[in-house]
Design a binder for this molecule. Structure first.
Ligand code: PLP
Length: 399
């Protein structure tokens, strides 16, 4: 099918919940992707932070093909090696204790919130169930996840939401403290807010939240669905804060393309929360996706992917700072590692820049209120960063 027909047929039969860019992508190689008309794009959005290793990273396809040859699915009623391997690597990488695999980020959040409430229920009874979430956060689209997503637009049409949730201000410890009551059981936040506009947690804030949670026996859930898996220059963003969560949520880049997420519990939660019968999933952690996760951990290690991000970050930072210096419409530049945002003023629409960039062969997306978001594959180097910066410079000159 040609591009026009694909677009027409999609719009005819697929529910309109996304305003898609008018291209149909066909295949990728490395950090580039081609549309069905044969046009090539440099990919600086990586399937929204999913394709950490780009397309067809050496060894990845082979591992998936080998598993395809054995079988895609069993059931969580049986043991299998890919699950045992993936869980061990994920748990050891996080410094936590027990993993539960899901098929998406939102489901990882659901599981984490259930585990937090179950822990509190067992220890303190049924009346201690309140959860503190952050304004301008994003945790996914299922009912529990949207209930902790501090974005009125995503919540309003679906009320009543899950009860017992209050919103505090991100990077404001007093605001979080002010929401704690005798009924509070958990705090959930993104170590670096993604959809909200690329806002990293301040070090003092996150350490303060950790201390508050310790003091009141609250479960600290860190959502690293977007900022985890090496994106910020450490495997988990929380490593840069000298703290650990009680529950870590991951997805997006965890399988580098296959639909997989996970929540990982510390020892306390791992032994005193969800038990047989409390939680489940048909697909979650099946042999195909866990073979991918297991291979991703190996490839990250063998190719020092996280080290590459750490080493190349100053260059990306410098290039984006240069763009900011040059163009007055850019108010600020924020982020960590390969997760960055350029905040535009009212005179320029970040969405219009992204559309212009697409025409010039660069895939890039937006976040929050008028922010251009950079979540490229973790394998991009200085040459690709130069290329993307040059295209964006051109776009801004023309706007
Ligand atoms: C994308 C995202 C989610 C939801 O993940 P899905 O796989 O789309 O359900 C949750 N939290 C954060 C921080 C995300 O970026």
């Amino acid at each position: 099918m040609n591009q026009d027909r694909i677009i027409k047929q999609t719009d005819e039969y697929v529910l309109h919940t996304y305003n898609r860019f008018p291209v149909s992508l066909d295949h990728g190689d490395g950090v580039r992707v081609w549309d069905t008309e044969g046009k090539c794009y440099l990919d600086f959005m990586a399937g929204i932070g999913v394709y950490a290793l780009g397309y067809h990273f050496p060894g990845y396809d082979e591992a998936l093909t080998a598993q395809l040859g054995k079988g895609l699915h069993t059931s969580n009623l049986y043991y299998h090696e890919p699950l045992a391997e993936a869980a061990k690597k994920l748990v050891l990488s996080s410094g936590l204790s027990k993993a539960f695999f899901t098929s998406s980020g939102a489901e990882a959040i659901e599981g984490a919130l259930k585990a937090a409430r179950k822990y509190s229920f067992m220890k303190y009874g049924p009346d201690r169930y309140e959860i503190i979430a952050m304004k301008d956060s994003f945790h996914g689209r299922t009912a529990f996840a949207v209930s902790v997503t501090g974005n009125e637009h995503y919540q309003e049409p679906f009320r009543p939401l899950v009860g017992g949730i209050s919103l505090a201000s991100f990077n404001d410890l007093d605001s979080v403290r002010g929401k704690v009551t005798d009924k509070t059981c958990a705090v959930i936040l993104e170590t670096v807010q993604g959809e909200g506009g690329i806002f990293p947690a301040d070090k003092e804030f996150l350490k303060g939240v950790r201390a508050l949670c310790d003091e009141r026996d609250l479960v600290l859930i860190l959502d690293e669905v977007q900022c985890g898996m090496g994106r910020t220059g450490t495997l988990w963003a929380y490593e840069q804060y000298g703290i650990k969560p009680d529950i870590l949520c991951t997805a997006k880049a965890l399988g580098c393309g296959v639909p997989v997420g996970a929540f990982v519990l510390n020892e306390k939660l791992g032994s005193e929360s969800l038990a047989p019968g409390d939680h489940g999933t048909t697909y979650g952690g099946n042999p195909f996706v866990t073979a991918a996760v297991s291979k991703v951990f190996d490839l990250f290690k063998e190719n020092d992917i996280v080290g590459h991000v750490e080493r190349t970050t100053p260059y990306l930072e410098k290039k984006l700072d240069e763009l900011k210096e040059k163009h007055e419409c850019i108010l600020s530049h924020r982020g960590k590692g390969y997760m960055r945002g350029l905040q535009f003023d009212e005179s320029v629409s970040a969405g219009a820049i992204a559309s212009k960039a697409l025409k010039k062969g660069l895939l890039i997306i937006t976040a929050g209120h008028n922010v251009l978001r950079f979540v490229p594959p973790l394998i991009v180097g200085e040459a690709e960063i130069d290329e993307a910066a040059a295209i964006l410079d051109e776009c801004m000159n023309e706007i």
